[in-house]
Design a protein around this ligand. Structure first.
Ligand code: NAP
Length: 325
């Protein structure tokens, strides 16, 4: 069958797909241009794509033969799953393999923001480290503080496990409450969102981007946070109203932030890069050699199994497609 791969894959993973199918691969870093995607998809049965490809009805209308969309990544707000299901197209993602790595990134942002790691590095390079003094470069403690986790799924729970090692008090707000055994194991208490915002020293976001979570953190929510608190976002940019966040950071409504994702990435809200109290990463939550390899293997496996007509291990719409048959 014919397969379009819109991203660079490790050569051994690409050849795994090429053993069974005819692959049109895209071997460059900038995202595949929309017009190229629309052109290349027309005769394909399989698509391996990622967050930078918007797979909507327009794309699907051009792809009458498409059977499987294998997404490289866990978040799937860029895929119109309903439109795919209506056409009987399986959609898969790569959950689990990036959980611990993304939790590491969230914790890196917590520590970097609170202990001013990036700002300190910048000052040392600028020749500003001239002497040691008791009040220079004071940050905030992380250990023993209260961590507020919004979205207690796979990544949220992995962050909670790390926080236990820092003797943090863990409170969380999620759509579905953990089972008592899960709360017990993580020593985490479910609280209403308002309570979390008022009590947490660090608020960390781990919800998917959905209509309900878009701008979950707006001016009302930021104003509820402690003026000494930090907001950490490794979920999705639009979960935070970025213009409001920039103003809040500038005016001291909250003390700082650590961001891996942006509302209109890769564009940044003007003023964000002028602030010293925010640590900025270029959407690298899952970016380690090991995890990116596992994501590629998982996406390829989902694709291959789906193209054989079997149930891919991480199919998001399998039941709905079976119902339609
Ligand atoms: P997950 O296991 O599905 O966890 C998401 C959690 O959010 C679930 O507990 C879910 O509740 C909860 N939730 C959903 N809607 C909510 C709402 N409106 N209010 C409160 N809680 C809500 O997903 P995950 O694997 O942890 O990944 C989370 C997100 O992280 C992904 O969707 C992706 O966007 C992002 N991510 C980013 C990176 C990066 O590179 N920065 C890497 C990986 C993932 P239920 O249990 O009821 O579903």
């Amino acid at each position: 069958m014919k397969v379009l791969v819109t991203i660079k894959l490790p050569p051994e993973v690409l050849s795994l797909i090429a053993r069974e199918h005819q692959v049109e691969g895209y071997d460059a870093d900038p995202p595949l241009a929309r017009r190229q995607l629309l052109k290349s998809i027309t005769d394909k049965e399989g698509l391996l794509c990622t967050i930078t490809d918007r797979i909507d009805a327009e794309v699907l209308d051009r792809a009458p033969a498409l059977k499987v969309i294998a997404n490289y990544g866990v978040g799937f707000e860029h895929l119109d799953i309903e439109a795919a299901t209506r056409r009987g197209i399986m959609v898969t993602n790569t959950p689990g393999v990036l959980t611990e790595t993304t939790a590491d990134a969230a914790f890196a942002l917590i520590l970097a923001a609170a202990r001013r790691v990036v700002e300190g590095d910048r000052r040392v390079r600028e020749g500003e480290f001239r002497y040691w003094a008791p009040f220079l470069f004071l940050g905030q403690e992380v250990h023993g503080k209260t961590l507020g986790i919004i979205g207690m799924g796979r990544i949220g729970q992995a962050v909670a496990r790390r926080a236990r090692g820092f003797a943090m008090k863990i409170i969380y707000h999620s759509r579905t409450r953990l089972a008592p055994a899960g709360e017990q194991e993580l020593q985490a208490s479910a609280v209403p969102l308002e309570t979390l915002l008022r009590e947490a020293d660090f608020v960390t976001l781990h919800v998917p981007l959905t209509p309900q979570t878009r701008h979950l953190m707006g001016s009302r929510e930021l104003e509820m946070m402690k003026p000494t608190a930090y907001l950490i976002n490794t979920a999705r940019g639009p979960v935070v109203d970025e213009a409001v966040l920039v103003a809040a950071l500038r005016q001291g409504v909250i003390r700082g932030a650590g961001l891996d994702v942006y509302e209109r990435e890769p564009q940044l809200t003007p003023g964000l890069t002028d602030l010293d109290n925010v640590v900025l990463l270029p959407h690298v939550g899952s970016a380690t050699v090991e995890t990116r390899t596992r994501m590629a293997e998982m996406a390829a496996e989902n694709l291959l199994v789906g193209l054989r007509g079997d149930h891919p291990p991480n199919c998001l719409n399998w039941a709905e497609i079976q119902e339609k048959k």
